[in-house]
Design a protein around this ligand. Structure first.
Ligand code: GLN
Length: 480
């Protein structure tokens, strides 16, 4: 199999060396042949993909399209008209959206072809894709281990070369964490950079669509297409979109990189730490300036995140009652119908609805929810202070490489700790990228770079420069 990046494919199609239709057919074939045990895909949008690819033939100016003919897989919590969208849940198992998410419209107007929907934790709640109602996904590097989550399927789709780009969603690390564990690039933009219209809501003050790419430049091109305001999402920001692809050609000489050493003092696996330190050395050798910084409140990140995320989830998921949304399970009375319908949520979703309802209840609101909002502000201010001195902040993306399936299912707190380095960016609303930084005992590790609000270009600059110094090792499927 020849692996081609998104921009490489686009250029081949624009030159007429191949066609969008041929690329689409080959990709659909790869989706179908993707190993069932990896469980990356939950639906194939064959008809829709073929229609989109052939429509490109009659486009008046195909060469102007930034993603001409590029096949893309999409996490199953992003609405696709006519293609089943479940958010990994039984409650939505028969849902066929009558409309497209804003990101889908933007991709298609840029010439991209949506080929398949990918597996995810139910309503994006999880770090391992084990909370999907459609079974867990598995890590291609070691199928006994997790691909990460909640956007595990999208990470696998890119890591195994089925598609060069995939969409995921981020509430607390769900793009960066699986990207790190599967050895691909994953980027979460600034809150408000991308429209959330048509993204099934989990925790609305944190949710953003994110991008997986086989390389930094492809991810930059895709984000450039998705970014920008949308009147249908009042939280999308009217801030100019920089040329992210151009940013990937710049070097890192003079770039100031902050390293929060105290935050990483414990809990980081020694192998991951070594890979991280080696990546800092490589960046320093290219002229980047490393500075020790302090993010004193980020150690409360996971606790703060848990309170905020569960509160918002309990409110957002109230709509799935079998009347307004969600497939109804009939009952003997109205209350019984509600109960039976909502009993179809999985355990993790139920846990979050219950805890979320608790932290928002009259007697506990001040002790938990209000307190969490206050700490969230302190976390944000730590970043503002740090960004007065540095341009980007580096940490490992995750404290360990991929853990074994089942290992953390009975211990939700251990599961939440997988996100210790990622949740702060969501709480602060700032952008972050994960780029592969080597293998630790045969498993990928990720370098995370976090930036200023709307400072995605600086992240692409640093990540691309790093990628040039230490080119990625891509996953090779076993030859059979
Ligand atoms: N793993 C985190 C959680 O369980 C983040 C999920 C996400 O980003 N969607 O909430």
């Amino acid at each position: 199999m020849t692996r081609r990046g998104a921009l490489e494919l686009r250029d081949l199609i624009a030159r007429g060396d191949t066609s969008a239709k041929a690329v689409c057919d080959e990709t659909l074939d790869r989706v179908r042949r993707s190993p069932a045990q990896l469980n990356a895909f939950v639906a194939i949008g064959e008809e829709r993909a073929r229609a989109a690819a052939s429509a490109l033939r009659s486009h008046p100016d195909p060469a102007s399209l930034p993603l001409l003919g590029v096949p893309i897989a999409v996490k199953d919590n992003i609405c696709t008209r006519g293609v089943r969208t479940t958010a990994g849940s039984r409650v939505l198992e028969n849902y066929i959206p009558p409309y497209d998410a804003a990101v889908i419209e933007r991709l298609e107007s840029a010439g991209a072809v949506i080929v398949a929907k990918t597996n995810c934790d139910e309503f994006a709640m999880g770090s391992s894709t084990e909370h999907s109602a459609f079974g867990p996904s598995r890590n291609p590097w070691d199928p006994e281990r997790t691909a990460g989550g909640s956007s595990g399927g999208s990470a696998i789709a890119v890591a195994t070369g089925v598609v060069p780009l995939a969409l995921g969603s981020e509430t607390g690390g769900s793009v960066r964490q699986p990207a790190a564990l599967c050895g691909v690039v994953g980027v979460k933009p600034t809150y408000g950079r991308i429209s959330r219209y048509g993204l099934i809501a989990f925790a609305s003050s944190l949710d953003q669509v994110g991008v997986f790419g086989a390389n930094v430049k492809d991810a930059a091109a895709c984000l450039g297409v998705l970014a920008g305001p949308d009147p249908r999402d009042a939280t999308s920001a009217p801030v100019a979109v920089e040329d992210y692809v151009a940013a990937t050609t710049q070097e890192v000489g003079g770039l100031r990189i902050g390293v929060p050493h105290t935050l990483m003092a414990d809990g980081v696996d020694p192998g991951v730490r070594e890979a991280f330190d080696a990546s800092l050395d490589a960046l320093r050798a290219q002229g980047a300036i490393l500075e020790d910084i302090d993010l004193p409140h980020s150690r409360y990140g996971t606790a703060t995140y848990a309170v905020v995320v569960m509160a918002e989830a309990s409110s957002n998921l109230g709509r799935f009652d079998g009347v307004r949304y969600g497939s109804r399970v009939e009952g003997e009375s109205l209350a019984d119908m509600y109960a039976r319908t909502r009993a179809r949520f999985g355990d993790e979703v139920k846990r979050r609805i219950m805890i979320g309802t608790y932290v928002l209840s009259a007697g506990y609101y001040d002790a938990y929810y209000r307190k969490a909002q206050q700490v969230r502000m302190l976390i944000r201010q730590d970043f503002e202070r740090a960004f007065e001195r540095v341009d980007v902040i580096a940490t490992p993306t995750t404290p360990t490489t991929a853990f074994k399936l089942g290992e953390r299912l009975q211990d939700p707190v251990q599961m939440y700790l997988a996100d210790v380095f990622t949740v702060s960016a969501n709480l602060a609303g700032i952008p972050a990228i994960s780029v592969p930084c080597g293998l630790v005992e045969g498993l990928p590790a990720g370098l995370q770079l976090t930036g200023r609000p709307f400072g995605e270009a600086a992240l692409f600059r640093a990540a691309a420069a790093y990628e040039r110094i230490r080119p990625l090792k891509v996953f090779e499927p076993p030859t059979s």
